[in-house]
Ligand binder design. Structure first.
Ligand SMILES: Cc1ncc(COP(=O)(O)O)c(C=O)c1O
Length: 469
Protein backbone atom coordinates (compact mmCIF):
# COMPACT_ATOMS: atom_id res chain seq x y z
CA UNK A 1 0.00 0.00 0.00
CA UNK A 2 1.24 3.49 -0.87
CA UNK A 3 1.65 5.34 2.40
CA UNK A 4 2.49 8.76 1.04
CA UNK A 5 0.19 11.06 -0.90
CA UNK A 6 0.52 11.71 -4.62
CA UNK A 7 1.38 15.32 -3.87
CA UNK A 8 4.26 14.33 -1.61
CA UNK A 9 5.72 11.95 -4.17
CA UNK A 10 4.91 13.66 -7.48
CA UNK A 11 7.63 15.39 -9.42
CA UNK A 12 5.82 18.59 -10.39
CA UNK A 13 7.37 20.92 -7.80
CA UNK A 14 9.97 22.02 -10.36
CA UNK A 15 12.97 21.66 -8.03
CA UNK A 16 14.90 19.82 -10.74
CA UNK A 17 14.83 22.93 -12.95
CA UNK A 18 18.29 24.35 -13.71
CA UNK A 19 17.12 27.45 -11.82
CA UNK A 20 17.07 25.58 -8.50
CA UNK A 21 19.95 23.24 -9.46
CA UNK A 22 22.17 26.27 -9.88
CA UNK A 23 21.41 27.28 -6.29
CA UNK A 24 22.36 23.79 -5.11
CA UNK A 25 25.66 23.99 -6.98
CA UNK A 26 26.31 27.38 -5.42
CA UNK A 27 25.60 25.99 -1.93
CA UNK A 28 28.23 23.30 -2.46
CA UNK A 29 30.93 25.81 -3.37
CA UNK A 30 29.96 29.37 -2.41
CA UNK A 31 32.32 32.23 -3.22
CA UNK A 32 33.91 34.03 -0.29
CA UNK A 33 36.56 36.68 -0.79
CA UNK A 34 38.79 35.20 1.94
CA UNK A 35 37.63 31.62 2.60
CA UNK A 36 36.81 30.51 -0.94
CA UNK A 37 37.96 33.04 -3.56
CA UNK A 38 37.56 30.52 -6.39
CA UNK A 39 34.00 29.58 -5.37
CA UNK A 40 30.81 30.14 -7.34
CA UNK A 41 29.34 33.65 -7.25
CA UNK A 42 25.58 33.61 -6.74
CA UNK A 43 23.95 35.57 -9.58
CA UNK A 44 20.82 33.47 -9.64
CA UNK A 45 19.14 35.05 -6.64
CA UNK A 46 16.94 38.12 -7.12
CA UNK A 47 17.70 39.63 -3.73
CA UNK A 48 18.10 43.31 -3.00
CA UNK A 49 20.92 43.92 -0.55
CA UNK A 50 21.76 47.43 -1.70
CA UNK A 51 19.88 49.44 0.88
CA UNK A 52 20.15 47.51 4.13
CA UNK A 53 22.07 50.40 5.69
CA UNK A 54 18.98 52.62 5.32
CA UNK A 55 16.75 50.03 7.01
CA UNK A 56 19.29 49.46 9.78
CA UNK A 57 19.70 53.15 10.40
CA UNK A 58 15.89 53.51 10.72
CA UNK A 59 15.85 50.60 13.19
CA UNK A 60 18.59 52.29 15.22
CA UNK A 61 16.51 55.47 15.42
CA UNK A 62 13.27 53.63 16.24
CA UNK A 63 14.18 51.06 18.89
CA UNK A 64 10.54 50.69 20.08
CA UNK A 65 9.40 49.20 16.77
CA UNK A 66 11.71 46.21 16.91
CA UNK A 67 11.69 45.98 20.70
CA UNK A 68 8.01 45.04 21.23
CA UNK A 69 7.32 48.51 22.63
CA UNK A 70 4.79 51.31 22.10
CA UNK A 71 5.60 54.69 23.62
CA UNK A 72 8.26 52.97 25.70
CA UNK A 73 5.81 50.41 27.16
CA UNK A 74 6.15 46.71 26.36
CA UNK A 75 3.46 45.27 24.08
CA UNK A 76 5.08 41.83 24.05
CA UNK A 77 1.95 40.09 25.37
CA UNK A 78 -0.33 41.83 22.91
CA UNK A 79 1.86 40.77 19.99
CA UNK A 80 2.42 37.26 21.28
CA UNK A 81 -1.31 36.64 21.68
CA UNK A 82 -2.81 38.56 18.78
CA UNK A 83 -3.36 36.80 15.51
CA UNK A 84 -6.50 37.60 13.63
CA UNK A 85 -6.32 36.46 10.04
CA UNK A 86 -7.51 39.86 8.86
CA UNK A 87 -4.12 41.30 9.82
CA UNK A 88 -3.23 44.36 11.89
CA UNK A 89 -5.31 47.31 10.58
CA UNK A 90 -2.40 49.70 11.14
CA UNK A 91 -0.14 47.55 8.99
CA UNK A 92 -2.67 47.15 6.21
CA UNK A 93 -3.18 50.92 6.11
CA UNK A 94 0.54 51.54 6.00
CA UNK A 95 1.01 48.95 3.25
CA UNK A 96 -1.71 50.31 0.94
CA UNK A 97 -0.27 53.79 1.37
CA UNK A 98 3.21 52.50 0.52
CA UNK A 99 1.80 50.80 -2.58
CA UNK A 100 0.19 54.08 -3.64
CA UNK A 101 3.43 55.99 -3.01
CA UNK A 102 5.35 53.62 -5.30
CA UNK A 103 2.76 54.34 -7.99
CA UNK A 104 3.37 58.07 -7.63
CA UNK A 105 0.08 58.46 -5.69
CA UNK A 106 -1.76 58.28 -9.01
CA UNK A 107 -3.96 55.55 -7.54
CA UNK A 108 -5.22 54.81 -4.06
CA UNK A 109 -5.87 51.42 -2.49
CA UNK A 110 -8.55 50.53 0.04
CA UNK A 111 -7.17 48.42 2.91
CA UNK A 112 -10.49 46.51 3.01
CA UNK A 113 -9.58 45.00 -0.36
CA UNK A 114 -6.17 43.85 0.82
CA UNK A 115 -5.35 40.32 1.99
CA UNK A 116 -2.06 39.73 3.77
CA UNK A 117 -0.07 36.61 2.82
CA UNK A 118 3.30 35.06 3.62
CA UNK A 119 5.05 36.60 0.60
CA UNK A 120 4.03 36.81 -3.04
CA UNK A 121 4.55 33.04 -3.29
CA UNK A 122 1.58 32.50 -1.04
CA UNK A 123 -0.38 35.35 -2.65
CA UNK A 124 -0.08 33.82 -6.12
CA UNK A 125 -1.02 30.35 -4.95
CA UNK A 126 -3.95 31.66 -2.91
CA UNK A 127 -5.25 33.51 -5.97
CA UNK A 128 -5.02 30.28 -7.96
CA UNK A 129 -7.06 28.52 -5.28
CA UNK A 130 -9.65 31.30 -5.52
CA UNK A 131 -9.83 31.60 -9.32
CA UNK A 132 -9.05 28.18 -10.79
CA UNK A 133 -10.08 24.58 -10.35
CA UNK A 134 -7.80 21.63 -11.03
CA UNK A 135 -7.07 21.54 -14.76
CA UNK A 136 -8.01 25.19 -15.40
CA UNK A 137 -5.36 27.26 -17.12
CA UNK A 138 -3.67 30.64 -16.74
CA UNK A 139 -1.81 32.18 -19.68
CA UNK A 140 1.66 33.56 -18.84
CA UNK A 141 3.98 35.55 -21.12
CA UNK A 142 7.40 33.96 -21.58
CA UNK A 143 10.03 34.17 -20.29
CA UNK A 144 8.57 33.97 -16.78
CA UNK A 145 9.78 33.55 -13.16
CA UNK A 146 10.66 29.83 -12.74
CA UNK A 147 8.98 29.71 -9.30
CA UNK A 148 5.56 30.08 -10.98
CA UNK A 149 5.57 26.39 -11.95
CA UNK A 150 5.62 25.62 -8.24
CA UNK A 151 3.48 28.52 -6.98
CA UNK A 152 0.67 28.35 -9.51
CA UNK A 153 0.51 24.67 -10.41
CA UNK A 154 1.97 22.32 -7.84
CA UNK A 155 -0.62 22.17 -5.07
CA UNK A 156 -3.56 23.69 -6.94
CA UNK A 157 -3.51 21.45 -10.03
CA UNK A 158 -3.92 24.53 -12.25
CA UNK A 159 -2.06 24.64 -15.57
CA UNK A 160 0.15 27.27 -17.20
CA UNK A 161 -0.07 27.87 -20.93
CA UNK A 162 2.75 30.08 -22.26
CA UNK A 163 2.16 33.25 -24.25
CA UNK A 164 5.14 33.03 -26.58
CA UNK A 165 7.03 36.34 -26.59
CA UNK A 166 10.02 36.87 -28.88
CA UNK A 167 13.28 38.82 -28.82
CA UNK A 168 12.42 40.37 -32.22
CA UNK A 169 10.13 42.90 -30.45
CA UNK A 170 11.91 42.96 -27.07
CA UNK A 171 9.67 40.18 -25.68
CA UNK A 172 6.61 42.45 -25.77
CA UNK A 173 3.11 40.98 -25.42
CA UNK A 174 1.14 41.10 -28.67
CA UNK A 175 -2.50 40.42 -29.50
CA UNK A 176 -1.57 37.53 -31.77
CA UNK A 177 0.59 35.91 -29.06
CA UNK A 178 -2.34 36.19 -26.60
CA UNK A 179 -4.78 34.70 -29.11
CA UNK A 180 -2.34 31.89 -29.96
CA UNK A 181 -1.96 30.94 -26.30
CA UNK A 182 -5.73 31.00 -25.82
CA UNK A 183 -6.14 28.72 -28.85
CA UNK A 184 -3.40 26.41 -27.60
CA UNK A 185 -5.20 26.05 -24.24
CA UNK A 186 -8.46 25.27 -26.01
CA UNK A 187 -6.67 22.67 -28.17
CA UNK A 188 -5.50 21.06 -24.94
CA UNK A 189 -9.07 21.10 -23.65
CA UNK A 190 -8.17 23.48 -20.85
CA UNK A 191 -10.55 26.11 -19.56
CA UNK A 192 -8.74 29.45 -19.56
CA UNK A 193 -9.41 31.35 -16.33
CA UNK A 194 -7.02 34.23 -16.79
CA UNK A 195 -3.73 35.83 -17.71
CA UNK A 196 -0.94 36.41 -15.20
CA UNK A 197 1.72 39.02 -15.91
CA UNK A 198 4.67 40.22 -13.87
CA UNK A 199 5.06 43.98 -14.08
CA UNK A 200 7.95 44.84 -13.99
CA UNK A 201 8.97 41.54 -15.50
CA UNK A 202 11.10 38.92 -13.87
CA UNK A 203 13.34 37.95 -15.72
CA UNK A 204 13.30 40.77 -18.33
CA UNK A 205 13.61 43.75 -15.98
CA UNK A 206 11.21 45.72 -18.21
CA UNK A 207 7.92 47.41 -17.37
CA UNK A 208 4.73 46.80 -19.34
CA UNK A 209 3.79 49.68 -21.62
CA UNK A 210 0.41 51.39 -21.44
CA UNK A 211 -0.38 49.78 -24.80
CA UNK A 212 0.36 46.31 -23.45
CA UNK A 213 -1.78 46.95 -20.36
CA UNK A 214 -4.66 48.22 -22.51
CA UNK A 215 -4.31 45.19 -24.75
CA UNK A 216 -4.38 42.86 -21.74
CA UNK A 217 -7.48 44.55 -20.27
CA UNK A 218 -9.30 44.40 -23.56
CA UNK A 219 -8.32 40.72 -23.96
CA UNK A 220 -9.59 39.68 -20.51
CA UNK A 221 -12.70 41.80 -21.08
CA UNK A 222 -13.54 40.06 -24.36
CA UNK A 223 -12.79 36.58 -23.10
CA UNK A 224 -14.51 37.07 -19.75
CA UNK A 225 -11.46 35.99 -17.75
CA UNK A 226 -9.22 37.29 -14.92
CA UNK A 227 -6.01 39.30 -14.99
CA UNK A 228 -3.40 38.91 -12.23
CA UNK A 229 -0.66 41.50 -12.15
CA UNK A 230 2.29 40.47 -9.97
CA UNK A 231 3.80 43.86 -9.11
CA UNK A 232 6.44 42.61 -6.69
CA UNK A 233 9.15 44.68 -8.46
CA UNK A 234 7.10 47.90 -8.72
CA UNK A 235 9.44 49.83 -6.41
CA UNK A 236 12.58 48.83 -8.31
CA UNK A 237 11.90 50.91 -11.44
CA UNK A 238 15.10 52.98 -11.72
CA UNK A 239 14.84 54.45 -15.20
CA UNK A 240 12.22 55.83 -17.54
CA UNK A 241 9.66 54.89 -18.65
CA UNK A 242 8.05 55.05 -15.22
CA UNK A 243 6.09 52.19 -13.74
CA UNK A 244 2.43 52.06 -14.79
CA UNK A 245 0.25 49.83 -12.61
CA UNK A 246 -2.68 48.02 -14.14
CA UNK A 247 -4.81 49.86 -11.54
CA UNK A 248 -3.95 53.18 -13.20
CA UNK A 249 -5.02 51.96 -16.65
CA UNK A 250 -8.21 50.40 -15.26
CA UNK A 251 -9.23 53.82 -14.00
CA UNK A 252 -8.04 55.76 -17.05
CA UNK A 253 -9.91 53.46 -19.40
CA UNK A 254 -13.12 53.66 -17.37
CA UNK A 255 -13.24 50.02 -16.35
CA UNK A 256 -14.27 51.06 -12.84
CA UNK A 257 -17.94 50.20 -13.15
CA UNK A 258 -17.51 47.21 -15.44
CA UNK A 259 -17.12 43.51 -14.66
CA UNK A 260 -13.42 43.74 -15.52
CA UNK A 261 -12.86 45.87 -12.41
CA UNK A 262 -13.62 42.83 -10.24
CA UNK A 263 -11.54 40.50 -12.36
CA UNK A 264 -8.21 42.30 -11.97
CA UNK A 265 -6.07 41.28 -9.00
CA UNK A 266 -2.72 42.65 -7.90
CA UNK A 267 0.00 40.71 -6.07
CA UNK A 268 2.56 42.57 -4.00
CA UNK A 269 5.33 41.79 -1.53
CA UNK A 270 8.12 43.53 0.37
CA UNK A 271 10.66 40.87 -0.66
CA UNK A 272 12.18 42.96 -3.46
CA UNK A 273 11.31 46.62 -2.90
CA UNK A 274 12.41 46.56 0.75
CA UNK A 275 14.74 43.57 0.34
CA UNK A 276 12.97 41.56 3.06
CA UNK A 277 12.24 38.09 1.62
CA UNK A 278 12.95 36.52 5.01
CA UNK A 279 10.13 38.48 6.66
CA UNK A 280 7.56 36.82 4.35
CA UNK A 281 5.35 39.83 3.71
CA UNK A 282 3.02 39.72 0.74
CA UNK A 283 -0.46 40.75 -0.26
CA UNK A 284 -3.33 40.30 -2.68
CA UNK A 285 -5.31 43.35 -3.72
CA UNK A 286 -8.66 42.63 -5.35
CA UNK A 287 -11.86 44.55 -6.04
CA UNK A 288 -13.90 41.36 -5.84
CA UNK A 289 -15.40 40.98 -2.34
CA UNK A 290 -15.79 37.22 -2.72
CA UNK A 291 -12.12 36.81 -3.68
CA UNK A 292 -11.06 39.03 -0.77
CA UNK A 293 -13.19 37.06 1.68
CA UNK A 294 -12.08 33.62 0.41
CA UNK A 295 -8.42 34.65 0.24
CA UNK A 296 -8.60 36.09 3.76
CA UNK A 297 -9.87 32.76 5.09
CA UNK A 298 -7.16 30.92 3.16
CA UNK A 299 -4.50 33.27 4.52
CA UNK A 300 -4.71 31.31 7.81
CA UNK A 301 -2.28 28.91 6.16
CA UNK A 302 0.35 31.56 5.60
CA UNK A 303 0.01 34.53 7.92
CA UNK A 304 2.59 37.21 8.59
CA UNK A 305 3.62 37.18 12.26
CA UNK A 306 2.14 40.03 14.30
CA UNK A 307 5.64 41.00 15.38
CA UNK A 308 6.64 41.60 11.74
CA UNK A 309 3.39 43.44 11.02
CA UNK A 310 3.95 45.69 14.03
CA UNK A 311 7.53 46.51 13.08
CA UNK A 312 6.71 47.22 9.44
CA UNK A 313 3.62 49.27 10.18
CA UNK A 314 5.85 51.65 12.13
CA UNK A 315 8.46 51.71 9.36
CA UNK A 316 6.06 52.20 6.46
CA UNK A 317 4.07 54.85 8.35
CA UNK A 318 7.22 56.96 8.51
CA UNK A 319 6.57 58.80 5.24
CA UNK A 320 9.80 60.77 5.37
CA UNK A 321 11.71 57.51 5.61
CA UNK A 322 9.79 55.64 2.86
CA UNK A 323 10.21 58.54 0.43
CA UNK A 324 13.94 58.69 1.02
CA UNK A 325 14.30 54.90 0.94
CA UNK A 326 12.44 54.42 -2.35
CA UNK A 327 14.36 57.12 -4.20
CA UNK A 328 17.79 56.19 -2.78
CA UNK A 329 17.21 52.49 -3.45
CA UNK A 330 16.28 53.24 -7.06
CA UNK A 331 19.41 55.37 -7.47
CA UNK A 332 21.57 52.51 -6.19
CA UNK A 333 19.84 49.97 -8.45
CA UNK A 334 20.37 52.25 -11.42
CA UNK A 335 24.09 52.48 -10.68
CA UNK A 336 24.41 48.71 -10.28
CA UNK A 337 22.50 48.03 -13.44
CA UNK A 338 24.76 50.42 -15.37
CA UNK A 339 27.86 48.69 -13.93
CA UNK A 340 26.57 45.33 -15.03
CA UNK A 341 25.53 46.43 -18.53
CA UNK A 342 28.82 48.28 -19.15
CA UNK A 343 30.88 45.38 -17.79
CA UNK A 344 29.14 42.84 -19.99
CA UNK A 345 29.40 45.18 -22.97
CA UNK A 346 33.17 45.26 -22.53
CA UNK A 347 33.05 41.47 -22.87
CA UNK A 348 31.05 41.80 -26.09
CA UNK A 349 27.82 40.72 -24.39
CA UNK A 350 24.66 42.77 -24.61
CA UNK A 351 21.56 42.87 -22.41
CA UNK A 352 17.94 43.52 -23.22
CA UNK A 353 17.33 47.22 -22.56
CA UNK A 354 15.66 47.37 -19.17
CA UNK A 355 14.50 49.90 -16.57
CA UNK A 356 13.66 47.83 -13.47
CA UNK A 357 14.35 44.77 -11.37
CA UNK A 358 17.39 43.26 -9.73
CA UNK A 359 18.77 41.51 -12.82
CA UNK A 360 19.70 41.79 -16.48
CA UNK A 361 18.39 39.60 -19.27
CA UNK A 362 21.63 38.74 -20.96
CA UNK A 363 22.03 37.79 -24.61
CA UNK A 364 24.68 35.09 -25.01
CA UNK A 365 23.31 33.60 -28.21
CA UNK A 366 26.65 34.22 -29.96
CA UNK A 367 28.42 32.01 -27.40
CA UNK A 368 26.28 28.93 -28.12
CA UNK A 369 27.83 26.08 -30.08
CA UNK A 370 24.47 25.67 -31.85
CA UNK A 371 21.06 27.32 -31.71
CA UNK A 372 19.59 24.72 -29.36
CA UNK A 373 18.58 24.39 -25.71
CA UNK A 374 21.15 21.59 -25.34
CA UNK A 375 23.81 24.13 -26.30
CA UNK A 376 22.32 26.60 -23.81
CA UNK A 377 22.62 24.07 -20.98
CA UNK A 378 26.14 23.20 -22.17
CA UNK A 379 27.10 26.89 -21.95
CA UNK A 380 25.33 27.27 -18.59
CA UNK A 381 27.31 24.39 -17.11
CA UNK A 382 30.55 25.96 -18.30
CA UNK A 383 29.52 29.24 -16.69
CA UNK A 384 28.63 27.53 -13.40
CA UNK A 385 31.64 25.21 -13.11
CA UNK A 386 34.38 26.81 -15.15
CA UNK A 387 33.64 30.51 -14.83
CA UNK A 388 32.21 30.15 -11.32
CA UNK A 389 28.97 32.10 -11.76
CA UNK A 390 25.49 30.83 -11.04
CA UNK A 391 23.20 32.53 -13.53
CA UNK A 392 19.82 31.24 -14.68
CA UNK A 393 19.42 29.84 -18.19
CA UNK A 394 16.51 31.20 -20.21
CA UNK A 395 15.10 27.70 -20.60
CA UNK A 396 14.43 27.62 -16.84
CA UNK A 397 12.24 30.71 -17.43
CA UNK A 398 10.53 28.96 -20.38
CA UNK A 399 12.12 31.32 -22.90
CA UNK A 400 11.43 30.05 -26.41
CA UNK A 401 14.81 31.14 -27.81
CA UNK A 402 18.06 29.52 -26.64
CA UNK A 403 20.96 31.69 -25.47
CA UNK A 404 19.35 34.11 -22.99
CA UNK A 405 20.33 34.13 -19.31
CA UNK A 406 19.18 36.03 -16.22
CA UNK A 407 22.00 37.48 -14.14
CA UNK A 408 21.28 39.21 -10.81
CA UNK A 409 23.30 42.21 -9.68
CA UNK A 410 21.85 43.45 -6.38
CA UNK A 411 22.65 40.55 -4.04
CA UNK A 412 26.40 41.15 -3.75
CA UNK A 413 29.01 43.82 -3.10
CA UNK A 414 30.42 46.00 -5.90
CA UNK A 415 33.73 44.18 -5.61
CA UNK A 416 32.05 40.81 -6.10
CA UNK A 417 30.15 42.11 -9.12
CA UNK A 418 33.42 43.42 -10.60
CA UNK A 419 35.00 40.01 -10.06
CA UNK A 420 32.02 38.31 -11.72
CA UNK A 421 32.35 40.59 -14.74
CA UNK A 422 36.10 39.94 -14.90
CA UNK A 423 35.45 36.19 -14.83
CA UNK A 424 33.00 36.49 -17.74
CA UNK A 425 35.49 38.60 -19.71
CA UNK A 426 38.23 36.01 -19.20
CA UNK A 427 35.85 33.28 -20.30
CA UNK A 428 34.78 35.11 -23.46
CA UNK A 429 38.40 35.87 -24.32
CA UNK A 430 39.49 32.28 -23.80
CA UNK A 431 36.51 31.09 -25.87
CA UNK A 432 37.56 33.51 -28.64
CA UNK A 433 41.12 32.19 -28.53
CA UNK A 434 39.76 28.69 -28.64
CA UNK A 435 37.50 29.49 -31.60
CA UNK A 436 40.41 31.15 -33.40
CA UNK A 437 42.59 28.12 -32.73
CA UNK A 438 39.76 25.93 -33.95
CA UNK A 439 39.39 27.79 -37.24
CA UNK A 440 43.20 27.80 -37.74
CA UNK A 441 43.24 24.07 -37.30
CA UNK A 442 40.25 23.62 -39.59
CA UNK A 443 42.15 25.64 -42.19
CA UNK A 444 44.97 23.16 -41.84
CA UNK A 445 42.39 20.44 -42.51
CA UNK A 446 42.81 18.73 -39.17
CA UNK A 447 39.89 17.23 -37.34
CA UNK A 448 41.01 18.29 -33.89
CA UNK A 449 38.26 19.89 -31.89
CA UNK A 450 40.15 22.55 -29.98
CA UNK A 451 37.07 23.74 -28.14
CA UNK A 452 36.69 20.32 -26.61
CA UNK A 453 40.36 20.33 -25.68
CA UNK A 454 40.15 23.68 -23.95
CA UNK A 455 37.22 22.61 -21.84
CA UNK A 456 38.23 18.98 -21.39
CA UNK A 457 38.90 19.28 -17.67
CA UNK A 458 35.38 20.53 -17.07
CA UNK A 459 33.64 17.36 -18.30
CA UNK A 460 29.92 17.82 -17.47
CA UNK A 461 30.18 17.27 -13.75
CA UNK A 462 26.49 17.88 -13.26
CA UNK A 463 25.44 14.33 -13.90
CA UNK A 464 21.88 13.11 -13.56
CA UNK A 465 22.74 11.54 -10.19
CA UNK A 466 24.17 14.80 -8.90
CA UNK A 467 20.89 16.46 -9.75
CA UNK A 468 18.87 14.06 -7.70
CA UNK A 469 20.73 14.89 -4.52
C1 LIG B 1 7.68 37.57 -10.02
C2 LIG B 1 7.82 37.00 -8.64
N1 LIG B 1 6.71 36.68 -7.96
C3 LIG B 1 6.79 36.15 -6.73
C4 LIG B 1 8.02 35.92 -6.12
C5 LIG B 1 8.05 35.34 -4.72
O1 LIG B 1 8.31 36.36 -3.80
P1 LIG B 1 8.15 36.22 -2.22
O2 LIG B 1 9.53 36.17 -1.64
O3 LIG B 1 7.44 37.47 -1.77
O4 LIG B 1 7.36 35.01 -1.94
C6 LIG B 1 9.19 36.26 -6.79
C7 LIG B 1 10.50 36.01 -6.16
O5 LIG B 1 11.53 36.02 -6.78
C8 LIG B 1 9.09 36.81 -8.09
O6 LIG B 1 10.17 37.14 -8.78
Amino acid sequence: MKLLSEKATCNSHGQDSSYFLGWQEYEKNPYDEIQNPKGIIQMGLAENQLSFDLLESWLGQNPDAAGFKRNGESIFRELALFQDYHGLPAFKNALVQFMAEIRGNKVTFDSNNLVLTAGATSANETLMFCLADRGDAFLLPTPYYPGFDRDLKWRTGAEIVPIQCKSSNGFRITKSALEEAYKEAKNRNLRVKGVLVTNPSNPLGTTLTRNELELLLSFVDTKGIHLISDEIYSGTVFNSPNFVSVMEVLIEKNYMYTEVWDRVHIVYSLSKDLGLPGFRVGAIYSNDDVVVSAATKMSSFGLISSQTQYLLSAMLSDKKFTKKYVSENQKRLKKRHAMMVRGLQSAGISCLESNAGLFCWVDMRHLLSSNTFEAEIELWKKIVYEVGLNISPGSSCHCTEPGWFRACFANMSEDTLNLAIQRIKNFVNSSAISTQAHSNQTNQNTNTNTKKKLFSKWGFRLSFNDRER
